[in-house]
Design a binder for this molecule. Structure first.
Ligand code: SF4
Ligand code: SF4
Length: 312
């Protein structure tokens, strides 16, 4: 068996028929593992790099079978229900806690898949892509599994499949660079122009992210679209938008897609045992504030697409 056939990745979803993450009709592949911990994350189940049990306390029978079967003591009771201590979970063979949970309160998110199996799977969508569509790697952070990402993109490129990626950019440059020649589009997420503020809500500063964004802008021949999750009270002020727009100007690129805060992932924060989702009481951005932000970007000559109202 060749190295390439053995190469595998941990993914947590594959979705066909997407029209929001690149041109045409696309198949999205959600890869697990992300170096950031954005407090508003809509896919918190994609943050850890390995398959993990999610716990739905509404379905729990409190028979504690899962606790008894876990030899790593990764499941313990708290005042009201159970907690999965993900740092102790060893992703055991067969995921015994899940197997022994008859009410399906526990479910595994994430699966290992080989390069060839993933490629075979996505090819089934090929008739739906038409001439303009293709695949988009998202997550989690696809470059966190850089060797797989690189090989997978190369295989798609060799098969004339249009390729896009969504990245948070917080990875070493040599994990990004080899994939550039196999990519058609890159969505590059920015969160805040100020590194301390960036750290506050994502768990990391923004220096490497901005450095990588700049390098991609200089060296990538395809279409680069920046993305900004718009979080009211955090990064929607004129000062922050001016900082981001000036940076985009410096890169020589001129497109951004703003993604207004939504609360669709809030339930998943609870299921994956992450900190409580703090944004629930925060109203999502209204049309006035969206047009204001759009206007600020356009004042810098940056084309600004709002939400899914994109030209692609
Ligand atoms: S096995 Fe399932 S139902 Fe029983 S205590 Fe564990 S999570 Fe709850
Ligand atoms: S997957 Fe295995 S190691 Fe992890 S919590 Fe369940 S039984 Fe324990």
């Amino acid at each position: 068996m060749g190295h390439q056939e053995k190469l595998s990745a941990v993914i947590f979803d594959i979705q066909g028929f997407s029209v929001h993450d690149g041109p045409g009709c696309r198949t999205l592949i959600f890869m697990k593992g992300c170096p950031l911990r954005c407090s508003w994350c809509s896919n918190p189940e994609g943050q850890l790099p390995y398959p993990e049990p999610l716990y739905n306390r509404e379905k729990c029978l409190y028979d504690f079978d899962c606790m008894k079967i876990c030899t790593y003591q990764a499941i313990e009771p708290n005042e009201t229900s159970l907690v999965i201590r993900q740092e102790l979970c060893k992703d055991c063979v067969g995921h015994r806690c899940v197997e022994n949970c008859y009410s399906r309160a526990l479910q595994i998110v994430g699966t290992r898949i080989t390069l060839d199996n993933l490629f075979t799977k996505i090819q089934r969508d090929r008739p739906f892509w038409g001439s303009g569509g293709g695949i988009t790697l998202t997550g989690g952070e696809p470059f966190a599994q850089h060797e797989f990402t690189h090989r997978f993109l190369e295989k798609c490129y060799d098969s004339h499949i249009h390729t896009a990626i969504e990245t948070c950019g917080l990875v070493p440059w040599n994990h990004i660079e080899p994939s550039l020649k196999f990519l058609d589009w890159i969505f590059f997420d920015l969160k805040h122009a100020n590194s301390i503020m960036h750290h506050l809500e994502t768990g990391a500063g923004n220096e490497l992210i901005f450095e990588n964004a700049f390098k991609i802008a200089q060296r990538f021949n395809g279409r680069l679209i920046f993305r900004l999750p718009l979080i009211p009270g955090y990064n929607d002020s004129e000062e922050v938008i001016t900082g981001i727009a000036s940076f985009i100007n410096k890169t020589g690129r001129n497109e951004i897609n703003i993604l207004p805060l939504h609360h669709l992932g809030s339930e998943k924060h609870i299921l994956s045992g992450k900190e409580d989702y703090r944004w629930k009481s925060r109203p999502v951005p209204d049309s006035d504030s969206l047009s204001k932000v759009k206007g600020w970007f356009e004042g810098f000559g940056v084309k600004c697409w709002v939400g899914s109202e994109t030209p692609f």
